[in-house]
Structure formats: structure tokens, C-alpha cells
Design a protein around this ligand. Sequence first.
Ligand code: UDP
Length: 452
Amino acid sequence: MEKERVHKTRVLVIPLPVQGHINPMLQFAKRLASKGLKVTMVTAFSNNEAMETQENSVEFEPISDRLEESNNIENMVKWFQSQVSKRLPELIVNQENNGYPISCLVYDSAMPWILDLAKGLGISGASFFTHSCAVASIYYNLHQGLLKVPLEEPLVSLAGLPPLKAHDLPSFVYDPGSYPSFLKLVISRFSNVTEADWIFFSSFDSLEKEVISWMRTLWPIKTIGPTIPSIYLDKRLKEDTDYGFGRFNPNTDTCMKWLDSKEEASVVYISFGSMADLGKEQMEELAEGLKMIKNNFLWVIRESEVEKLPSKFLEETSVKGLVLNWCPQLEVLAHRSTGCFVTHCGWNSTLEAVSLGVPMVVMPQWTDQTTNAKFVSDVWNVGLRVEVNQNGIVPKEEIELCIREVTQGERGKDIKRNSVKWRELAKEAVDEGGSSDKNIEEFVAQLLCKPC
Ligand code: UDP
């Protein structure tokens, strides 16, 4: 039925050009396309190889032939802003001439200036949040002056959230001086959010029920997650990944052959995402901890981080371990051999593990990861959070203990039961008629009803 809809409208999807924002917005773009909309995703740079591997339901519009490399997020965003501002009017005219006028910009909430551009061009705007509703509500409280930093109390009480200790809050909140430009960026998204025509969250209703109810007293937010292709939610694997697109290339063949050769739930998968970098001492403790476990392990260490590994680690662990620079994470999490995920708790990784029912050991590093870790260990009960010692390091014994507890211990049994429960609820949300599916349907219907 969806395919029979005839329409003459297009949406532009514009993520911040970093992996953790590109992934959920690309999947959302594909969902919109599957429901009959024409969708173009604006990318920062042209990565032809990666674009060719994507199915063509979504078109790509690179605004440059290279990504401005910068360690300073503020500079990168400024560069992206100048490129988008320059190209947008031309893109809009082109699409109008092609017979599919752009009626909506779905923009990353980290770039609220896109909404101003949209309004100036007479187009509607949908703000897309790539982190949890809980985290958005903490930042919103900060923006409104309802939460003061530095913190005045050891325990923070906010509407719709469990009591939070300092280290359960995002790092920009408990340590506001650490990354002032990031703090500015995360707070800026509330400057004009009330003017957005839609507000989307990469989450699902049953996962964050209380805080979502509270947020809906402020704005009519719509959850659309988990943004994971249903092929993975059904635990069926296919040969080529169509997930992920960006700066890293996965070692898919090596990875999947290795996983295929392992026994069910015997593998511990370790990844700290696209940005977090562990100190050398922490890498060494983690490496030692992995030597101590009985399980097989698959550890993703980005190229820039490999030099921190102890010199003989790869040879010493070659029988039970595989180290790769990047992997097709969804396929890894959906694979029968994967029994535990040691994660930094980036929101995408967290949501992916929750939705695929993989128990976690959580080792948050910074930004919203600390809050996600709190929910994993104490609210959803789908993982254990490691304890950091007084030097700020998680020792090898603690790593070994948490992995053992999750994979073989009594707590692990409970965690596995909860993981299955949340996996089913995630699937329910995106299945036809589920809460996230209905929200997407409504958005598409509203756009298609607009006069062409
Ligand atoms: N990812 C991947 N392969 C890897 C590691 C990560 O495809 O080897 C993906 C992962 O599935 C997730 C994204 O990269 O969608 C990382 O986003 P997240 O929010 O977890 O962390 P960030 O990179 O933003 O810190």
C-alpha cells in the first residue's frame, strides 16, 4: 500500500557530520523513504564508496568533496554551517525544478540555525534529537536555570527522572568547565525548539515513559526509534551491511567469518564508538582484563588508538581474540555468538544493544554516556556499570569481574531476562502500528496531505 502513494514532496535530512548522528538520521531517512516520501540526505563530504553501498531509497547531496578535518567541534560546525547556508537555496530551487519541492528540513537538533534557514525559505522544520529524552530533559533543565552548575546538592531530582548523583549526569553538567564549547552546543538546541513543526527523538515510548510524559507537557515530541533496520530486530542476518555510512570502513568479512566460527553467546564485544579515546593506562588495564576472561573477545580499536595497546597483546591473545579497527556493529550485536557488549554507552550503541537484547558492561567516558550508563544499570537493568578507582581508572580485576558476572553470574541471569524483555518492547515500537511506527506514519501523512 505504501508504495502506491503518489506524492510530489521531498524532505531534506541534515545530520551533524559525525558518526553517532549520521547513523540514526540515515536510518530515519530510509524509514521515511519506505513510507513513500522522497528523501535526500545532506552529507558534509562526498564519500563515493560508502554512498554506492547504500540502497538507493535515499539520495545523497554532498555539500563538499572533503570533510573539513578539525579537532575543534565548534570550527567544524561553523564550516558546515557556512556550506549548508550557501548551498541550501540552490538545492531548493533545483528540487522545485525537478517537480519535487522540498517541504521540510529534518535537521539535527545540534544545529538549531537550520530551523531559522527553513523558516526564512518558507519551509517547515523538524528537529531530530540523537540522544535520549532523559538527557534532553537534563539539558533543558539547565537551559531553563532549573538545574544549576556547579551542582549545589549531591543528589539531583528532576521531573520524570530517577534521583541522579553527579556522575549520572552528562559530563558537561557535572564538570561544566571541561568542554565549554560542547556545553554551549547542547544547550543551544533549545533556543528555538518551540518553533519547530515536529520534534523527533531517537528513542521509544516504553523505554523512557516517565520522562517522555513530562516532556510532552512542554512539546509534542515524537519518538521514532530504535532506528535499526527490522532485519536486525528479527535477528536475521544478511550478507552485506546497509547500515552505517561515514568515515570508518568496517572489516566485515573477517569479522563475520570469525564470529561464525564461535559458539553461541561465547563472545564479548568491546567498542568505545567513534570518538572516545581511552588513556594509555586504561587501555592497558582493559587489555589485561581481557586476557583474564575465559570468553572469546572482539575488540574494535580505531586506527588512531592501536598504538596504546601493550606490545605483545595481539600475539598473546590471538587464539581467543580478534582486534579490528571498525566493524559492522549491528551485525555483530545481532549475531548469535555475541553474548556481552563492553560499551562506552554512546546513545546509539546503548539503544542498539537494548533493542537487540545484548547484556552490557558499561564503561562511560564523557558527554551523555554517564547518564545512559545509569539507565542501563539501574533503570532497565540490562547491564553492569564498572567502578572507577580513586585514580580514575577501571582496574583489570574489575573488568574481569563485571564480564564474568554478566556472562556467568547470578546477576547475569536477571540481566539476560530483562534484555529479552526490552528487545521485545523495542520491536513492538517499530513494528506496524507500534508507537514509533505510528509517529512516522503521522509525519509522512501530514507532509503528503500538503498541497503540491
Ligand atoms: N559503530 C559501528 N562499528 C564500530 C563501532 C561503532 O558501526 O566498530 C556504530 C555503532 O553501531 C553506532 C555508532 O557507530 O551506531 C556509534 O554511535 P554511538 O552513539 O554509540 O557513539 P559515538 O561514536 O557517537 O561516541
